[in-house]
Design a protein. Structure first.
Length: 547
């Protein structure tokens, strides 16, 4: 158990290092900026973005982040800390749900699988609503599973509260995921009486009561003001948007969001998001399907099909959407972790399929070598790190080769995966991500304006609305000017260098105070990754003072 504790502590340490990384544009920086705006305005039931009505995500992430900023100030830590706590809570809930049906060792392994997959490292850094959502979903599933087993009503109340929390975080998907999981589970058990419990009506009442603050805010902000223009339309109902359009409207076509994603889009992103366990999961998933077919679609009273049902139906519902992003599937990660852990345990400790285990060990040894080489390439060439960090990376890679070249224990494969994911994410967090985010112009200029105490009332963007990172890191709100004739003596101007020609034509002279480079870091491309061609795609930005 001591070794397991050390592994979890090391994982948490890597997450915490990520607290020092700037908040990434677009989504995370937007949510951080809106949380700051909510904290400053005190408007918690009606949500705004730059003072304009906002109708997209529910408010829970903004609530907890705004509260954190009240306590810790406007900074990286304050925004990331609440989601980090929920991430830890999701690991605990995954462990507890798994322990209801399987050995303690499998339960621990399920939490380790979740904690070490690449997507989990990312959602502890690039904070969106998904970190909190998956925590609420696995918590509510665990609590309801305990209720079904014990019939103690306190667990039912907790499960319903978890569903409400998830709905306040990202909408109806938080209700649908437990329905998918338990619906599939009880159908496979042939237990149809459970679908007609009177407690479900009580559960709906609990959920509605907990959703009331948000619903009141939506009703007052939108339903009582049909003249407001939302996504180019008037007469938009905030309540209908939340309960229908934002989720189901993406399937029916009512939603304005559409990127023509196909049913395989989310799986393609799992290929890297669930590393290093994705190929084990695919085999484990196939094995579970074969078992249920062999059993003619029926499970026994002490078996579970929650995770398979939750993953399959959750994936199909999310994959049916006309608009998909890679992180949408992360809500299923705890279910995937439990499915994977069950199979991993049999593979590594019960020697169930020695040939398959050997294939995994050999193939993943090569995969992990490639991952280490990629990180070393990033450190040595793409974003040249200091000698100490480069030396540490090379020594870590050499240690990997020495330790794992030959099999030394039954859990050799698991140890390889944990060592690799912890190691490469340590170097990504400590150097690569910060190096990339040096080109996120809004955060860089925002921090510079804060350090140099530029007056907010005299500082403006010019023809470049740098949006949330600028305002968040400056902890100030800057207006935009679009004409050189609007610029006055003593004004501080933030703009791209190419716009300086406009000032010359308008006979405006200036002092150059600060210069930096800009690139959309959420859309990395090879010319940017290559130092030799980076200057061709990086746009120079400046801060000037009009004479």
């Amino acid at each position: 158990m001591k070794k397991i504790s050390y592994i979890f502590c090391t994982l948490i340490l890597v997450y915490l290092i990520g607290f020092g990384i700037d908040i990434m544009d677009i989504d995370a920086a937007q949510y951080a900026g809106m949380s700051r705006e909510m904290m400053l305005s005190g408007s918690y039931l009606q949500v705004f973005e730059f003072g304009k009505d906002y109708l997209d995500k529910p408010p829970f992430l903004f609530w907890v982040s705004a509260l954190s900023m009240k306590l810790f100030g406007v900074n990286n830590f304050a925004y990331k800390f609440p989601s980090f706590l929920f991430a830890l809570f999701s690991l605990f809930s995954t462990y507890k749900l798994c322990a209801l049906y399987y050995k303690k060792e499998i339960a621990i392994l399920s939490a380790l699988v979740l904690a070490s997959c690449q997507a989990f490292f990312l959602i502890n850094n690039d904070i969106r609503t998904d970190t909190i959502l998956l925590s609420w979903v696995i918590f509510s599933t665990w609590q309801l599973a305990v209720w079904y087993k014990t019939e103690k009503i306190i667990y039912f109340f907790a499960g319903c509260a978890g569903i409400a929390g998830g709905m306040l975080t990202k909408g109806p998907i938080a209700l649908l995921m437990p329905i998918f999981a338990f619906g599939a589970h009880f159908v496979m058990m042939r237990n149809f009486k459970v679908f007609f419990k009177w407690q479900y009506l009580l559960g709906l009442v609990i959920i509605v009561i907990l959703l009331l603050p948000m619903c009141i805010g939506l009703y007052h902000q939108f339903d009582l003001n049909p003249q407001k223009l939302v996504n180019g339309k008037t007469g938009v109902s905030g309540l209908r948007f939340f309960f229908w359009t934002q989720s189901f409207g993406r399937i029916t076509g009512e939603s304005v969001w559409d990127n023509n994603a196909n049913i395989f889009f989310l799986f393609q992103n799992l290929l890297w998001g669930f590393l290093p366990w994705i190929f084990v999961f695919v085999v484990a998933f196939s094995h579970e399907l074969k078992v249920i077919v062999r059993k003619k679609g029926k499970i026994l009273e002490d078996e579970e099909w929650l995770c398979m049902g939750g993953f399959i139906l959750g994936y199909l519902s999310l994959g049916s959407s006309k608009y998909q992003l890679p992180h949408y599937i992360y809500v299923t990660l705890p279910f995937m972790a439990i499915i994977t852990a069950k199979f991993l345990y049999r593979l590594c400790t019960e020697n169930e399929r020695p040939v398959l285990l050997k294939i995994f060990e050999k193939s993943h040894f090569v995969i992990f070598i490639l991952l280490w080489m990629l990180v070393i390439l990033l450190l040595f060439y793409c974003f040249t790190a200091p000698l100490l960090i480069n030396a540490a990376a090379v020594l870590s890679f050499a240690a990997f080769l020495f330790i794992f070249y030959k099999k030394r224990s039954a859990t050799h494969f698991i140890k390889m995966g944990l060592y690799t994911m912890i190691g490469i994410n340590f170097f990504l967090n400590i150097w690569v991500y910060p190096a990339i985010l040096k080109y996120q112009v809004g955060s860089n200029i925002g921090k510079w304006t804060s350090e140099n105490n530029l007056p907010a009332g005299k500082t403006f963007t010019y023809r470049n609305r740098l949006s949330h990172p600028l305002h968040f890191y400056a902890n100030a709100d800057f207006s935009n000017k679009d004409s050189a004739t609007e610029l006055n003596s003593g004004d501080y101007i933030i703009t791209s260098k190419q716009n300086l020609a406009d000032l010359a034509q308008a006979h405006k002279t200036y002092y150059l105070l600060y210069e930096t480079g800009a690139f959309k870091v959420s859309q990395l491309k090879l010319p940017f990754m290559n130092p030799a061609t980076r200057k061709d795609v990086v746009i120079p930005f400046v801060v000037i003072k009009i004479k």
